[in-house]
Design a protein around this ligand. Structure first.
Ligand SMILES: CSC[C@@H](O)[C@@H](O)C(=O)COP(=O)(O)O
Length: 350
């Protein structure tokens, strides 16, 4: 199976519109900066690595458009970069990808052709690297999966959320590829149902046994001994291992701890934010109240109060390990995260 979430061909950027899934598979062309920002904000494209990749291509599309108008220069791109970074505040991959883009054009003296080709090249590199990163995360994570395991996951971390097979879901795909019989409990993931609409769809497409549950069923499944491991993705990981991910992840980690079930995070190193010491400094996106109301067809009203944070923060204490493209980071996270690439390149840290 290979679901193409992001496509860049002949200078055209297309995304699979995830707001329409699983009912319709429709690609949408993103023609300019405002369409790219709208697609990220409205969750047409979502998942930390995927929004980084689309933002990187988005800056390249903006440069192409400015060049056609003979208005391309570094300052104009810096403004666009700022707008892209603000599209969603929590996933640090967005900032990381845009910073990479700005770094490659910094010394190009406003040469328009060179700027455009450098931005296109770097966006493609970020996209290709993510494909490889997902494969590596999948392989390292596969070591944690025994034949016959029941895996519980939250949100969507597969093809739709990345440039490759995914992170937490990538591990499931690798285990299945390695002939392990796995079964996945898929949390619905309210309010917009990335689990029900996206993960359940992906797993069914791939022919991997999956059972959809509502978010409040996880505890009872764990109590009945039906969950062997919980693996989720991440949107930002602080230097101490505190991890922001889709709202509901923290509850799963607490439940897993109470039932003595291993709880793992799977994420690329681009999701780590080493500039922050703890999860308290992670900005949490607040989403519109209509997302919660619409599920019940309740018309929105100015006086209605709705709490709708898109993410929560799971303390590092509750996490058994973080599966990255360099290997599985173990505790103490404060000591191990900062040294990851160095440590793992020497091959002495898993
Ligand atoms: C590999 S994707 C990791 C995370 O981005 C994912 O778990 C998640 O929380 C996505 O939230 P979303 O609001 O759908 O962008």
């Amino acid at each position: 199976m290979n679901i193409e979430t992001i496509r860049f061909k002949n200078n055209r950027l297309l995304i699979l519109d995830q707001t329409l899934l699983p009912h319709k598979q429709e690609y949408r062309t993103l023609k300019d900066l405002s369409q790219v920002i709208e697609a990220i904000k409205s969750l047409r494209v979502r998942g930390a690595p995927a929004i980084g990749i689309v933002a990187a291509y988005g800056l390249a599309i903006h440069a192409l458009n400015l060049k056609a108008l003979k208005k391309l220069d570094f300052v104009a791109l810096k403004n666009a970069a700022q707008q892209l970074k603000q599209a969603r505040p929590t996933a640090v991959n967005l900032k990381w990808a845009i910073d990479r883009q700005m770094a490659v054009i910094e010394n190009l003296q406003n040469d328009q052709d060179e700027m455009v080709s450098a931005l296109i090249h770097e966006a493609k590199t970020i996209h290709d690297e993510d494909r490889e990163t997902c494969d590596k995360i999948g392989s390292y994570g596969d070591a944690l999966i025994a034949d016959g395991f029941n895996i519980l996951t939250h949100c969507n971390t597969g093809f739709l959320a990345t440039g490759g097979i995914g992170t937490a879901l990538g591990i499931v795909y690798k285990a299945a590829e390695n002939h392990k019989k796995v079964h996945v409990f898929v949390d619905e993931t309210r309010p917009v149902g990335q689990g029900a609409r996206l993960t359940f769809w992906e797993l069914n497409q791939a022919g991997i046994p999956a059972t959809l549950i509502t978010d409040n069923m996880a505890g009872s499944l764990m109590k009945e001994g039906k969950v062997d491991i919980v693996i989720t993705g991440a949107d930002r990981i602080a230097a101490n291992g505190d991890t922001a991910n889709k709202i509901g992840t923290y509850s799963l980690a607490v439940l897993a701890k109470a039932h003595n079930i291993p709880f793992y995070i799977a994420a690329p190193y681009s999701t780590f934010d080493l500039n922050i010491d703890s999860g308290q400094q992670i900005p949490i996106e607040q989403r519109p109240k209509e997302e919660v109301l619409q599920f019940w067809n309740i018309p929105s009203n100015d006086s209605y109060q709705v709490y709708n944070p898109a993410f929560d923060v799971t303390p590092g204490d509750l996490i058994n390990g973080i599966i990255t493209e360099f290997g599985i980071i173990k505790k103490p996270f404060e000591k191990n995260i900062i040294n990851v690439p160095k440590q793992f390149n020497k091959g002495d840290a898993t």
